[in-house]
Design a protein around this ligand. Structure first.
Ligand SMILES: Nc1ncnc2c1ncn2[C@@H]1O[C@H](COP(=O)(O)OP(=O)(O)OP(=O)(O)O)[C@@H](O)[C@H]1O
Ligand SMILES: [Mg+2]
Length: 251
């Protein structure tokens, strides 16, 4: 098998001297979508921030295309082809849509900025006729699209998304997930944290349930969706009906 785009290997990381994620493993293959789900406070954002060089890693490793990026630093990760959309505060509300997109090119300028912007905007028809508007005037869903579009302006190969559908209506949810699939089809690999776990696992090649900063379940999206314990505890849905025998066995 080819070298994975990203390997998080037995990573323990956190803030200051406090470890939040412990011994975590994640592998993302080329042109795949890996989804991290789990309860609030599980350490999902912390893990994503560790990949983007934003917090302290105490042990383990993070490999991008086979090389450690533990000591690379965020400013150098963007030119290497890694781009991130944080969980919140991911657009500049008092700047126009165009200006927000331009910011996405600062750390790594595309060869032809106008061409890149046109190509990216073709994925985001909602933004196309709002280029001069302030980002603060956009709807929540449009702001989320802008944040993703901005991240794409540096022409990344690996995209890190922290809860891209947070606070969005079900209609927008579907639009964003379709968009993520479309972005993947342009050749990107995507590591995504999602609160809407069921929908996210449907588009995931691999899924990771993180609990108390540790890997609790790992499998393909399909496997995790079919796992009774995962369904019962983390997907907010009904577990598959079990036989009376196994019910009486459960605690
Ligand atoms: N900047 C920080 N400094 C210290 N501790 C932090 C910091 N950010 C988060 N934490 C702590 O790390 C733990 C995990 O937080 P994290 O934001 O990674 O969880 P999460 O799984 O992303 O949760 P959510 O689903 O609410 O986004 C929490 O206990 C949180 O209080
Ligand atoms: Mg989070």
């Amino acid at each position: 098998m080819n070298t994975p785009v990203l390997v998080i290997e037995n990573l323990t990381a956190g803030y200051g001297t406090t470890a939040i994620v412990h011994d975590v493993n994640v592998t993302l293959q080329e042109r795949e979508i890996a989804v991290i789900v789990g309860p609030n406070g599980a350490g999902k954002s912390t893990l994503l921030k560790a990949v983007f060089g934003l917090n302290n890693c105490f042990s383990g490793d993070i490999l991008y295309r086979g090389s450690s990026i533990l000591k690379t630093g965020t400013a150098n990760l963007v030119p290497m082809g890694i781009s991130a959309v944080p969980q919140s505060g991911n657009v500049f509300p008092s700047l126009s849509v165009t200006e927000n997109l331009e910011i996405g090119t600062y750390a790594r300028a595309p060869k032809n900025k106008a061409h890149t912007m046109a190509r990216i905007l073709s994925l985001f028809p909602d933004l196309k006729d709002k280029l001069k508007q302030d980002a603060g005037e956009l709807s929540g869903g449009q702001r989320q699209m802008l944040a993703i579009a901005r991240a794409l302006m540096s022409e990344p190969q690996l995209l890190l998304l922290d809860e891209p559908t947070a606070g969005l209506s079900p209609a927008f949810l579907e639009i964003i997930f379709d968009l993520i699939l479309e972005i993947r089809s342009t050749g990107l690999s995507i590591l995504m944290v999602e609160q809407n776990a069921r929908q996210a696992l449907r588009i995931a090649d691999t899924g990771y349930v993180l609990v108390n900063g540790e890997n609790a379940y790992t499998g393909s999206g399909t496997e995790l969706l079919a796992n009774d314990e995962v369904r019962r505890s983390f997907l907010g849905g009904q577990a598959r009906l079990k036989s009376k025998q196994s019910d009486s066995d459960s605690p």
